[in-house]
Design a protein around this ligand. Sequence first.
Ligand SMILES: O=P(O)(O)O[C@H]1O[C@H](CO)[C@@H](O)[C@H]1O
Ligand SMILES: [Mn+2]
Ligand SMILES: [Mn+2]
Length: 398
Amino acid sequence: MARAIVIVLDSLGIGAAPDAGKFGDSGADTFGHIAEKRKQSGAAFSIPNLLKLGLGEAHRGAVGHYADGIHECETEGAFAWAAEVSSGKDTPSGHWELMGVPVHFDWGYFTDKENSFPKDLLQRIQAQSGIPGILGNCHASGTEIIQRLGQKHIETGAPIFYTSADSVFQIAAHEEYFGLERLYKLCEQVRGLLDDYNIGRVIARPFVGETPDDYVRTANRKDYSVLPPKPTVLNKLESAGGQVIGIGKISDIFAHSGISQSFKGKDLSELMDKTLKAMGTAGDNTLIFTNLVDFDTLYGHRRNAEGYAQELEHFDQWLPKVISAMREDDLLVLTADHGCDPTWPGSDHTREYVPLLLSGRKVAAKSHGERQSFADLGQTLCRWFRLSPMDEGTAIDI
Ligand SMILES: O=P(O)(O)O[C@H]1O[C@H](CO)[C@@H](O)[C@H]1O
Ligand SMILES: [Mn+2]
Ligand SMILES: [Mn+2]
C-alpha cells in the first residue's frame, strides 16, 4: 500500500517562469545563481544526491543550460520542471497549488512602501488590542527592521508592523519584553480584522537579544493563514481514511485543514529527523509532508547565496538516510513553492519554475518535461493513493 513523502525545499526555484516579467523577475534563477556564486568562489558544490534525483537536469530543462559547475547526470528518478498558475509567488499559493488547488483570485496587498497599512485598520487594531502604539508600518526585510526598530520597541512596548511584496501582515516583537503569548494573541486579533482586505497571512515574528547587533529571530515564528479556497489533496486523502503528517510549518500553511498530525522543528536537522521518524512509524495511505523553511528565511530573503549553497549541501547529506528509510511502495518528492533568488535585488520571492523530483522503487528514471502547473503534483499524488482526481492538474505518468 502506498505512502508518499513530499519535501518542500522552501524557495528553491530553478529559473524564471514564463510569466516572471509580470513580477519584475525576468532572469531570476535561485539554483542557477547559487551555483554560479559557488563556482566563482573556486570551491566545489557538493550535492551529488540532489543531482542523482534530477535537480541539475530539471534546472537545465527550465533554463536551457546547465548551472555553472553542474554537468550531465544520469538520474535515478523521474524529474520535471513546473510553472505556477496561481496569481501570487507566496508560500500558501505555492503549497496549495502543489496540493491541487491553485489560487485564481487576487490576494490583497499592502503596496505602499511607507505607511503601508490603512489608518482605520491600525486604529481598529489599537482599539481592540490596547497596544501603546505602532512601529514600522512599511515594507521591510524582517531582520533589518528589528535591528533598526528593536530598541525603540523595547522602550515603548509598541510592536513592529511590516509587510512585503507578498500578501502578508507581519508583526515583530520581543519574546520576553513584549511576551510571546501576547504576540500570538495580537496576531489572532489582527487576523480577525483582515477579512475585508483579503490578506493571505499574518505572521508572528518573535525575536530575542539585548542590543541591535544581537537581536535574533526565534523558531517561535507562527503563520496565521486563511483556509485554501477549496479542499486540497490533503483533505481528499483524509476523507478516504488516509493520514497526513505535516512537518514544519505545513499545518500553519493549510490553516490546519487536512492535517492529521503536526510536528515542528527548529531547523533543517530537526525537521529531517522528524521526517525520518515519521517514515519509520507511518502506516499505509500516509502522506508525510515536510517544509524546510530555512532555505527561504535564512538565506533566500537574506540574499545569502553561500549560506544557501551550504544548506543545500547539508540537506543533500540527509538524502541517503531518507532513501534507505523508504519502503517498496513509497514515493519521494522533492520540490519547492516559489523562488527566492539570493542574488536578486530587494528581499522578496522570485517567480520561478520549481523542480518536481520523484523517486522510489516503482518510479522509472525519466524526464517528464515542462509542467504547466504545480498542481500536476497533486494529481500525481491522487493517482498514487488511488483517489479520485482533483479538478486541476495533469498527473505525471510515473
Ligand atoms: O523578511 P522576512 O521577515 O523574512 O519576511 C519574508 O517572509 C515572508 C514570508 O515568506 C515574506 O513575505 C517576506 O516578507
Ligand atoms: Mn515559501
Ligand atoms: Mn519567504
